[in-house]
Design a protein around this ligand. Structure first.
Ligand SMILES: *Cc1c(COP(=O)(O)O)cnc(C)c1O
Length: 460
């Protein structure tokens, strides 16, 4: 064994203690560290020949890189939709590495059973019935890709061809309809060989809405010849609008389509009796995407995908030797996901759900929504700013009251970020450049809303 490696092995507990000390210090200071770092990263170093050992690596990391890492896991990073990591999920994540199980269907380990238990808990949390099965994937983009891969296979079934065997060409042109799809849907369609341009936008409801106009969707489906794919959106990134999932699902009485629901963060509305109505009908979907590194507040990377058609999932993703045939019974995750070997990313989620339960996670969701509404009220009352849409759930979408050009809005975003107190990302909503403040971190408090609105006022 290489000498430094042998050294590290002999001092493993002390090494882990050092890493733990750094992590504890960083997490203790998280609320006060600059939310983002906009200065240049250091130049790259040469590959070490001998190596400095783990303690040496920790020291170098602490000097060269750690100071430039963002406070994105902290309470005032409101860009994109960014979750933090609950205490229990961090512990679970560390142990995921310590145990280093292969989540493909580890032979001789209970890891797979733990993932199944966790998927079952999540299914319950999001109000899905037993007909849905699922698996962990890396993020909502991967979850959407898996869901749309199943949709693609289903189209083949409808047309009497097997896409997994014969390829996408066997389908001819595919029709994908959606009101306000996330950009990852286009990416998924590109990866799947369906094509980004097959995504047909359907009009949304009038009056500051991003939810699909179900009557317009009905008309668009009527104009199609064969089966189609509909992507419904449960929580749009700009203004957290929700398609009427029940009404969309009901269109299947007249039209033949696969219903995929992107509920990346909107799915968490199901945790609160006050907001659960927004995802009414989610269970009727053929496939569902929910991100976990956003509102569940587990570390990157984790999401879950659900479907009612596990048979199609096995047809697409199975990795069995031809002479062994398809897996029977409950398939291992290797037969359900794009990966073969995979991290046991269920463990951090298992830890957080075990530690805080349904109530603990519901409290995070309800507090985030209350804080978003509070910030929304302050923005609406601020001279020089106006809301672009009502605060429906956890995102405040606003802009400059006068002359909101892209340039001026970007300058405002930069000025907020430069203060180091808060971070917001810009967007374009209904043709108007604006900013979004997305609340999805378990740490965020009323005090943080004071600091965020103060930062915005100063930048203004
Ligand atoms: C964040 C998000 C995605 C993509 O999620 P990743 O985890 O970044 O891959 C997809 N859809 C919606 C609605 C999202 O908010």
């Amino acid at each position: 064994m290489h000498r430094t490696l042998a050294d590290d092995l002999s001092r493993l507990p002390a090494l882990l203690q050092s890493a733990r000390d750094l992590a504890a210090r960083e997490l203790a200071g998280l609320s006060e560290r600059p939310v983002v770092h906009l200065d240049e990263a250091p130049d790259h170093e040469a590959l070490p020949a001998g190596g400095v050992g783990a303690e040496g690596a920790l020291a170098r990391f602490g000097e060269r890189w750690a100071p430039g890492f963002s406070g994105s896991a902290g309470p005032r990073y409101l860009g994109f939709v960014t979750g933090g990591a609950t205490p229990a999920s961090v512990a679970g994540d560390w142990l995921t590495s310590a145990y280093d199980q292969n989540g493909s269907g580890a032979v001789g380990s209970w890891a797979t059973a733990l993932e199944r238990e966790t998927v079952g808990w999540l299914r319950e949390l999001f109000g899905l019935g037993e007909a849905h099965s699922g698996a962990f994937v890396t993020g909502a983009t991967a979850s959407n890709t898996v869901g749309l891969a199943l949709a693609r296979e289903w189209l083949g079934e409808r047309l009497g061809v097997s896409v997994s065997r014969d390829g996408t060409a066997a389908l001819g042109p595919v029709h994908v309809l959606s009101g306000s799809p996330h950009s990852s849907i286009g990416k998924a369609l590109s990866v799947l060989g369906i094509g980004r341009d097959r995504l047909r936008p359907v009009p949304v409801l009038p009056g500051n809405r991003e939810a699909v106009d179900v009557a317009a969707l009905d008309t668009a489906l009527s104009a199609l010849e064969g089966p189609a794919i509909v992507v419904a959106n449960a929580g749009t990134v700009n203004t957290v609008d929700f398609d009427d999932l029940r009404a969309v699902a009901a269109l299947r009485e007249r039209h033949d389509f696969w219903l995929h629901v992107d509920a990346a963060f909107g799915g968490f509305a199901a945790l609160s009796p006050s907001y659960a109505g927004l995802v009414d009908g989610l269970d009727a979907a053929d496939s569902v995407c929910v991100d976990l590194h956003k509102w569940l507040n587990v570390p990157y990377d984790a999401a879950v995908q659900f479907t009612r058609r596990r048979d199609l999932q096995v047809a697409v993703f199975h990795n069995a030797s031809p002479y062994l045939g398809l897996p029977v019974g409950e398939p291992d995750f290797v037969h359900l996901t794009p990966e073969n070997s995979r991290r046991l990313r269920a463990l951090p989620a298992w830890f957080s759900l075990m530690a805080y339960g349904r109530d603990g996670h519901r409290e995070i969701v309800e507090r985030n929504v209350a804080l978003a509404r509070e910030l929304g009220e302050r923005i609406a009352a601020t001279d020089g700013l106006r809301l672009l849409a009502p605060v429906r759930l956890n995102v405040v979408c606003f802009t400059l009251a006068d002359d909101p050009t892209q340039e001026r809005v970007d300058a405002l975003a930069r000025a907020v970020a430069a203060g180091g107190e808060a971070f917001l990302t810009s967007t374009v909503y209904d043709g108007t450049p604006g900013l979004r403040a997305a609340f999805s971190n378990w740490r965020t408090s009323a005090d943080d809303v004071d600091r965020i609105s103060g930062a915005v006022a100063r930048a203004l």
